[in-house]
Design a protein around this ligand. Structure first.
Ligand SMILES: Nc1ncnc2c1ncn2[C@@H]1O[C@H](COP(=O)(O)OP(=O)(O)OP(=O)(O)O)[C@@H](O)[C@H]1O
Ligand SMILES: [Mg+2]
Length: 408
């Protein structure tokens, strides 16, 4: 009988992973609260349960394991639920990261406190207890700072604090995105931003995923911190890339991930890497499913699935086989009501375009951009080098027309 994999979360970005698991001959069970989750269409079996509901998912997985088919592994893609995954793996005795590592990954404050204890370089940070406390910190530390919820994702409530930003507004908004109403502030470090994706194997780090992140719209969407994709290979000199990889390994070990996948958000400031956060799971934003394989030939998701099943992954499988230029860019239509979407199919056929997804349709309301999930669509393109890839991705973005009219 084929092995059975539980995929926690059946969102659109999980589809390539579910497809991969099916191609590997696995029996795939998808859990999601949303009855229309796209992943359900590809799944062999379905568990209807909220991915953030840890006891609910554990219970459903246990029942399935006992009554239907034994589960051999559990994983998530592009869903920030490492604690759900770790709880299932612990309860059923499946391979996975320690629960404590998953707990740290879900709490930016506890995570950074642990990093500081272990000497991992992080921007200066402090919890914020009240608006008075925030004012006192701003007076004492100066600007720019960044305020963010302790336990959110997708850049929701992540605000760069400059002299123009109303602190009351920022504090309230950021806090409203924390399920536990907790926020922290950090020094906003200038410098190149990097995404990394690493597989830890017995305490050793292998990082085929290494992308520059594009923040050209930092001012346009200020004070929100909105990424406009990124490009690979990185422009950073090899020595700096090695420093980043060393820090990622130190960070993963500090978090307690000796074997597993970690996704890093790193900023290189004055030539030194600082960790903004480390996620203990596969990335979102099509990094692991598209960008890494296109850039390096490494089928990262396939190996992550193998790891989740307790199979041996050889480090040679994680070595980049080539360095093709890859660029990702997002669509940012004018806010309003969408009255026309055109040229999507044509854009998808432009040279180099490897992936094109437009999330909005006629009648949808486009809000002002305030987080990553509010971006309207994405293009990924390959090219002879990173510059060529950027040109191709940008051409496709330019070609797609999303017309909006102001909402009265
Ligand atoms: N202290 C900082 N200095 C510089 N840039 C920062 C800092 N904090 C956050 N950022 C930028 O803002 C992005 C979002 O912040 P953060 O990762 O903390 O929030 P998030 O909600 O987890 O977002 P995501 O889910 O996109 O990772 C970071 O990846 C980074 O690019
Ligand atoms: Mg982040």
């Amino acid at each position: 009988m084929s092995k059975t994999l539980l995929m926690v979360g059946g969102g659109i970005e999980a589809l390539p992973g579910i497809r991969m698991a099916k191609e590997m001959g696995l029996h795939v069970v998808v859990s999601d609260q949303n009855l229309d989750a796209p992943g359900f269409a590809l799944a062999d079996d379905r568990l209807i349960v909220d991915t953030y509901d840890v006891p609910g998912t554990v219970e459903a997985a246990k029942r399935y394991h006992q009554n239907s088919r034994p589960l051999h592994g559990v994983i998530c893609i592009a869903s920030d639920v490492p604690h759900t995954v770790a709880s299932v793996s612990q309860e059923l005795g499946l391979p996975g990261i320690p629960l404590e590592a998953a707990r740290l990954a879900m709490d930016k404050l506890a995570m950074k406190q642990k990093f500081i204890r272990d000497g991992v370089p992080v921007p200066w940070f402090s919890p914020v207890e009240s608006i008075e406390h925030l004012r006192e910190i701003v007076d004492r530390k100066g600007l720019p700072l960044v305020i963010k919820p302790v336990d959110s994702r997708g850049a929701r409530g992540v605000l760069r604090l400059t002299a123009q930003v109303d602190l009351d507004w920022a504090y309230q908004l950021s806090r409203s995105h924390s399920p536990t109403q907790r926020v922290l502030v950090e020094r906003f470090l200038p410098g190149p931003q990097i995404s990394t994706e690493t597989m830890m194997l017995d305490g050793e780090a292998f990082t085929p995923g290494f992308s520059d992140r594009n923040y050209e719209f930092l001012e346009r969407f200020a004070p929100h911190v909105i990424e406009n994709g990124g490009e690979l290979p990185s422009h950073l000199p090899p020595t700096v890339q090695q420093d980043v990889q060393r820090v990622v390994k130190q960070t993963a070990l500090s978090m307690g991930v000796r074997t597993g996948v970690v996704k890093g958000d790193i900023v290189v400031s004055n030539g030194e890497p600082y960790v903004i956060e480390l996620a203990a799971r596969l990335s979102g934003g099509y990094f692991c499913t598209h960008e890494i394989p296109l850039n390096t030939g490494v089928q990262f998701v396939e190996h992550a699935i193998r790891l989740s099943l307790g199979e041996r992954v050889h480090s040679s499988n994680l070595e980049p086989r080539f360095q093709v230029g890859v660029a990702q860019r997002y669509l940012f239509p004018e806010p309003g009501c969408v009255v026309r979407v055109s040229n999507v199919e044509e854009a998808a056929k432009l040279p180099g375009v490897a992936f094109c997804d437009v999330k909005v349709g006629v009648g949808d309301i486009i809000q002002a951009i305030d987080s990553h999930p509010t971006r309207a669509g994405v293009v990924i393109a390959t090219g002879g080098d990173r510059h060529d890839a950027i040109a191709k991705a940008s051409a496709a973005i330019e070609a797609i027309h999303i017309e909006t009219v102001p909402v009265k």
